[in-house]
Design a protein around this ligand. Structure first.
Ligand SMILES: [Zn+2]
Length: 486
């Protein structure tokens, strides 16, 4: 009975505006300490819905991720919203991955309005750099948004469809988890060199017959192999990886992007074909081959997968306010290019009043959400942007370079050190895209620059500010200190 009650509570809390303020801590469902045998069985369902914009269509499609005014001329391969739904007893969750550059929190909340019977709905984007602009930053010019609001409304609708379709597929399922290192598929374009090169695969199967039912793949790389000159809509390597896995396994595949900051990319990754020919960035051949290599790595992970108990489903989620320090974002907002609600920053990440257009820009904050999903032996940390690997991986800290801007900044506790379950996974760009989440000690916009460089590295211009990482790390620690996170 307790479970049903808590499920109902969280439903109301997740759906309602200001739900976070109702308790001084978090929403937790289920009780991870109960014995697994007492749990109702796990059910799993997957679905995908096409979200490819028409090209040519009624309005131009501006491709996101590189320069301005990159108008799509055609379609190379379709874009999808892919959903996996899980249900255990009274708890029902949906995890959606969308082949887009990013998705704002306001859009996530609108989708959730239509799915109030779900305990939790998460929407993550793959960070696709070859699909339509859904954030505003890549229109005809820096002064014009590239977003087509009608398209975004349609995507919201189709995400809801994907969740409902996955729900219809819910069947009893068991799971296995596999992981493999694939450093050969990553290039790190920003110093210091550190990549999150672990690929994680979940395999769902019929509990009695072992018949495969579906796959979840989580990898850490910018989907941008077709690069900055491409004018064909594409899901980049993600589309090819999912297609290859589907072909081989014959079951639905949901792909999630994890850690991509710092900056992990497929560009400059050397990819050769069977004849030994190396293919350049920007070619369909490299993109396809990269996707197929990724699928092969996922299959290697599956070959050594181990059984995984995924119940009970415990959800911890909380809204967080973060100061908006980036002058470029303020400018973009003033121009109407970037549309986000603003709040008054008073130093408290847990609460902030709505701000008005007269609120000085230096006092403004945005609202976003953090979450940890504890699914049996698996903990999934859900991060609302592009986080640097240093903030995720449980490794000794990167030595401080004296050229950086905040030499006295403390090292943030990495997220994987906070997670206590046997298996860990990360979903990046989860429910939001706030940009790069940079370790404060690596923030570097003022000379002298770290690593004896003559100029600054790329990253800070797409981050809301230097306090983002320390605030988020402390927020995750607070979230996990509560009963359900132990
Ligand atoms: Zn990025």
């Amino acid at each position: 009975m307790r479970k049903l009650w808590t499920a109902g509570l969280a439903l109301a809390l997740v759906a309602g505006v200001g739900w976070f303020a109702a308790t001084d801590d978090l929403e937790a469902l289920g009780d991870p300490d109960r014995s697994a045998s007492a749990e109702p069985p796990l059910e799993m369902g997957q679905a995908e819905v096409d979200i490819t914009p028409p090209v040519p269509g009624p309005r131009p499609v501006y491709l996101a991720g590189f320069g301005h005014n990159r108008r799509a001329q055609g379609i190379n391969d379709p874009l999808f919203a892919r959903c996996i739904a899980l249900r255990c007893g009274g708890v029902k969750i949906a995890l959606v991955s969308v082949d887009l550059i990013g998705w704002f929190y306001e859009n996530t909340l609108r989708v959730r309005e239509q799915l109030k019977d779900f305990t939790y709905v998460l929407i993550s984007t793959t960070h696709n750099h070859e699909g339509p602009d859904t954030m505003g930053l890549w229109g005809e010019s820096p002064l014009r948004s590239g977003v087509d609001p009608a398209y975004v409304a349609q995507v919201e609708e189709r995400i809801v469809h994907s969740v409902r379709a996955a729900e219809k597929q819910l069947r009893p399922a068991s799971a296995r988890i596999g992981r493999v290192q694939a450093p050969e598929l990553l290039h790190d374009s920003r110093l210091p060199y550190l990549v999150h090169d672990e690929l994680v695969v979940l395999r769902f199967h019929h509990p009695l017959t072992d018949e495969p039912m579906g796959l979840v793949v989580q990898w850490n790389c910018h989907p941008e192999t077709l690069s900055s000159k491409n004018v064909q809509v594409s899901a980049d390597f993600v589309g090819y990886a999912v297609a290859a896995l589907r072909r081989h396994a014959g079951v639905p595949v949901t792909y999630f992007t994890g850690t991509v900051g710092g900056l992990m990319t497929s560009l400059r990754v050397k990819i050769t074909d069977e004849q030994g020919r190396a293919w350049d960035d920007g070619t369909v051949e490299k993109t396809r081959l990269y996707g197929e290599r990724l699928a092969a790595a996922a299959e290697r992970a599956l070959s050594r997968a181990e059984p995984l108990a995924l119940t009970p489903l415990v959800i911890q989620a909380r809204q967080v306010y973060l100061p908006m320090a980036n002058p470029l974002y303020h400018l973009a907002r003033r121009l109407g290019v970037l549309q986000r609600d603003i709040y008054l920053w008073q130093g408290d990440p847990w609460q902030a009043a709505r701000a008005s257009e007269t609120t000085p820009e230096k006092d403004r904050a945005i609202v976003t959400e953090i979450a940890v999903l504890t699914l049996g032996e698996l903990q999934i940390v859900c991060v609302p942007g592009e986080i640097y690997p240093e903030l995720v991986l449980d490794r000794s800290p990167v030595p401080l370079d004296p050229g950086a801007d905040f030499p006295d900044a403390a090292v943030e506790t990495p997220l994987y050190r906070m997670l206590k379950k046997k298996h860990k996974m990360i979903l990046g760009l989860a429910n939001d895209e706030i940009g790069y989440i940079i370790p404060k000690r690596q923030w570097d916009v003022k000379a002298p620059f770290a690593y004896d460089r003559k100029s600054k590295q790329y990253g800070e211009e797409n981050s809301i500010g230097p306090e983002t990482a320390p605030l988020l790390a402390r927020a995750f620690e607070a979230l996990l200190r509560t009963e359900a996170g132990k």
